[in-house]
Design a binder for this molecule. Structure first.
Ligand SMILES: Cc1cc2nc3c(=O)[nH]c(=O)nc-3n(C[C@H](O)[C@H](O)[C@H](O)COP(=O)(O)OP(=O)(O)OC[C@H]3O[C@@H](n4cnc5c(N)ncnc54)[C@H](O)[C@@H]3O)c2cc1C
Length: 429
């Protein structure tokens, strides 16, 4: 049975037969699996277990393309089992509690596992329920989201069958995973509608005050928005959806004052509010907001020296992406092994993340950046220019790179701080 967040309930009883492991990894998504593989490569004798309830592993970054009719959703799913490294124990259970002073994690079948070192890689929680009426209408009545494997194909159906009218795209308050995803589908839909000569009234609603968090890229994206005639609606937060009446309700906050606004729609693409996983909120590992509290460079827990965290569930101020996981995983693997040997932690994460912004069906602005918005492209050419080569990269190369990353082959890393002229170049989305 698939649950709302795309996670399957455990199919079989796979309680731990052994109750202690040298390294225990909680969450076997992009981050947890990659760390398990890197550790096993570096120390084949290490006793590692991964707690992961889902039998399927999803390549979430391609769901954006699924929604635009450019990728097959079935190609985003592979069996979790095929990425559990040989010799690593897979505990197909859900963690329900952390007791770091006793080096213990509690599981949903009443059992517990203890550890020498812990890696927390639980991802982020999608809070669909926080938008009134959304769950009842998602996947029908012209309401869709690329944030679920089962509704991303419906996004494409809505775009394909759109005959003109009002198309709304929403983004919730930060942090969310892949902060660019809400606008990627906006531009691809706009491109599809333009090609078909449709009269589309398109708006992008965000509680924020800018189209993107990094000003260098935001200025270029403003031009993309303008080129499609899209209306940006800053300070707008979606709070309710009535699918049958095709109406969306927003809280509008301007100069500290909040009012309510209602808008009709023919098509609505929603990105849900997101928060730290429930199991972390209020746990000894979490900060006040529920995220795993780690040093932003070493990724070691700020209080428990045998605990590390990475991926979407931590409080590091980077953009939550698989690209960030690619940069964080070797840091966690190296520092965890150093910590186990009692040596100084040498590896540092610079906050790198990448967001391939699909400015049309066929071109991408490859936004790469690190902490504090430092622009760190992989290639020494202006990253604000949407290019066809990056479309190929996203559609063909990055998926295979991802599946390899899970097995511990990280591929090249060419990102570096580079400077470019202040003036935004000509943008042809
Ligand atoms: C629509 C969309 C587009 C995206 N586009 C991009 C992109 O273009 N580029 C990019 O780099 N990134 C993109 N991302 C983001 C990327 O997918 C995530 O940042 C990445 O998967 C984070 O890895 P993670 O391991 O932290 O979380 P996940 O990969 O989500 O893994 C978390 C794991 O924890 C498990 N888990 C949850 N609760 C428990 C529990 N209680 N006990 C045990 N296990 C548990 C889950 O089953 C899951 O397997 C996109 C995401 C979406 C949804």
């Amino acid at each position: 049975m698939m649950m709302a967040n795309g996670v399957d309930a455990p199919a079989s009883n796979s309680s731990p037969s052994k109750t202690f492991h040298d390294v225990l990894i909680v969450g076997g998504g992009a981050a947890g699996t990659t760390v398990a593989s890197l550790l096993k490569r570096r120390q084949p004798g290490l006793d590692i277990a991964v707690i992961e309830p889902s039998k399927d592993h999803w390549y979430q970054p391609a769901w954006t393309l699924v929604g635009a009719g450019a990728f097959d959703v079935e190609k985003t799913r592979r069996p979790t089992q095929s990425f559990i490294p040989r010799g690593v124990k897979w505990i197909q259970r859900r963690a329900i509690g952390f007791a770091p002073t006793e080096n213990r994690v509690d599981l949903d079948d009443g059992s517990s596992v203890s550890y020498g070192s812990l890696v927390v890689a639980l991802g982020i929680q999608l809070d669909w329920h926080k938008i009134e009426g959304l769950e009842a209408t998602l996947g029908k009545n012209g309401v869709s989201s690329n944030y679920r494997a089962d509704t991303a194909p419906y996004t494409w159906k809505c775009i394909r069958e759109f005959q003109g009218g009002r198309a709304l795209f929403t983004q919730p308050a930060m942090p969310i995973k892949c902060a660019g995803a809400p606008q990627k589908i906006l531009y691809m839909a706009a491109d599809r509608f333009k090609t078909r000569g449709l009269n589309a009234d398109m708006s992008f609603f965000t509680p924020g005050a800018a189209i993107f968090g990094v000003p260098f890229y935001a200025k270029a994206l403003d031009k993309v928005v303008a080129s499609y005639g899209i209306t940006p609606k800053f300070g707008h937060n979606l709070v309710a959806v009535d699918g049958l009446r095709r109406r969306a309700t927003f809280d509008v906050t301007i100069d500290g004052k909040t009012t309510r606004e209602d808008s009709g729609f023919d098509f609505l693409h929603v990105v849900p509010p997101q928060s730290a996983p429930e199991v972390l909120k209020g746990s000894p590992l979490a900060d006040a907001a529920g995220w795993v509290s780690v040093d932003k460079q070493t990724l070691r827990h700020t209080q428990f020296s045998n605990v590390f965290g990475l991926g979407d569930c931590t409080n590091t101020p980077n953009s939550k992406t698989a690209a960030a996981v690619r940069a964080q995983a070797p840091v966690v693997a190296a520092n965890l092994l150093s910590a186990r040997e009692g040596s100084e932690l040498q590896a540092r994460y610079d906050g790198y993340a990448s967001c391939p912004l699909t400015t049309s069906v066929g071109r991408i602005m490859l936004a790469e950046f690190a902490y504090d918005g430092v622009v760190t492209p992989s290639f020494p050419i202006d990253p604000r220019v949407p290019r066809r080569a990056y479309w190929w990269l996203k559609k063909s190369y990055l998926p295979s790179l991802y599946w390899q990353m899970l097995k511990g082959s990280l591929g090249p890393d060419w990102h570096a701080a580079r400077t470019f002229p202040e003036a935004v170049p000509a943008i042809h989305p």
